[in-house]
Design a protein around this ligand. Structure first.
Ligand code: ADP
Ligand code: MG
Length: 351
């Protein structure tokens, strides 16, 4: 039975990035406005996500790290319009299953200044619990990811920790850019005790300010605000042949680096695409932006930050366990429409 748990939990937490992403999303779901992500030795030793969010109610202490326990999904129909990041109740239970230890310290407005520190075992059951002083919020500390439970994955992780860490930082940057009103600070402490801050946003009220905090002021001068509207005709229903099916409007909001000689840069690692504020893997969309750029004879890749505001009935977020792979209905039409609007936009900007 426990090996089944191990297998399935391995799917939600497949690497350092997905582990940290789940914790940060939990903090965001808990309305945190301050999130600190602290790595020890690039996450190989441990990582901790501490927030000032709602905290966890005592009645949920027993359940939160058990499989499929979630406080977020209310009814089945909620699945089609999931507004919170989490909804499956798998992250904490997975983390318990694949790491040396998971320690949660939490405090709600009602219990402050008294926090509870909980240690969970491999099965997501409470191993120990103690009271300590604390302020409202939650901190989740995960030690030695994959150690003991998934030795092959641990070896892989330890061998490639720099690459895994870089991937994780890119993903955190994606959240740092899109989340307005949330301060996100990411740091790493080396075995020597030396601490490096990788980036820190300031709870800004705009995505532009977040970009400056993360990528520097040069990014700002190079970037053009972009707002495109994609009108996607809906398919005619075979049952209602005489009614106008109407269209779906997708707004693409963000920034793109200014095309032109001397400007632009090789920003292949700075291409951030979101669907409804959720960072996503959408290579086909990125490809369209690159092609749009190339049609202006620009060899560099553009720096892109693009949030696709899609009506909830046009996306399926319930596909891959990490929720990063999102399917858009009628993707081909979306891509074609994006190509047209983007080229109009770039044309206007270049003249
Ligand atoms: P999900 O996010 O899908 O609900 P998780 O396993 O990620 O599942 O979390 C389980 C539950 O633990 C959440 O539903 C929430 O009630 C609680 N929780 C986890 N992290 C936090 C946090 N940082 N602040 C408040 N509650 C949290
Ligand atoms: Mg979650």
């Amino acid at each position: 039975k426990s090996s089944v748990h191990k297998l399935t939990s391995g799917q939600v937490v497949i690497d350092l990035s997905t582990a940290v992403k789940e914790l940060v999303e939990n903090s965001l779901d808990a309305h945190a406005t301050n999130i600190e992500v602290k790595f020890k030795h690039y996450g190989v030793e441990s990582f901790e996500v501490a927030d000032n969010g709602d905290g966890i109610d005592q009645e949920n202490f027993e359940g939160i790290a058990l499989k499929h326990h979630t406080s977020k999904l209310r009814t089945f129909s909620d699945l089609s319009c999931v507004a919170t990041y989490g909804f499956r109740g798998e992250a904490l239970s997975s983390l318990c299953g694949v790491s040396s230890s998971v320690q949660i310290t939490t405090c709600t407005a009602g219990t402050s200044p008294c926090a509870t520190r909980l240690e969970y075992d491999t099965h997501g059951r409470i191993g120990s619990s103690s009271k300590i002083a604390g302020t409202k919020g939650t901190s989740v500390l995960v030690t030695k990811l994959f150690d003991g439970r998934l030795p092959v994955r641990r070896i892989d992780f330890v061998k490639n920790f720099k690459r895994e860490f870089a991937k994780c930082i890119s993903l955190l940057q994606a959240y740092g850019v899109i989340k307005v009103g949330v301060r996100i600070v990411v740091s790493n402490v080396l075995s020597s005790g030396k601490k490096t801050v990788l980036f820190a946003t300031k709870g800004n009220s705009s995505v532009g300010d977040n970009i400056v905090n993360i990528f520097g002021t040069k990014a700002q001068t190079d970037l053009l605000p972009m707002s495109l509207e994609l009108n996607i005709p809906r398919k005619q229903s075979m049952y209602l042949p005489d009614t106008d099916p109407g269209e779906t409007v997708i707004k693409v909001v963000g920034f793109i680096s200014q095309p032109g000689p001397g400007l632009g840069r090789n920003a292949a690692d700075r291409q951030l695409v979101y669907v409804n504020n959720r960072p996503c893997n959408l290579p086909s969309i990125i490809k369209r932006f690159n092609e749009g750029y190339r049609s202006f004879n620009i060899t560099q890749y553009p720096f892109v930050v693009a949030d696709f505001e899609v009506p909830f009935d046009s996306v399926d977020v319930n596909v891959s366990p990490d929720k990063r792979t999102i399917f858009l209905h009628d993707e081909a039409t979306v891509l074609e429409c994006l190509r047209e609007r983007l080229s109009e936009f770039l044309m206007k900007c270049c003249h």
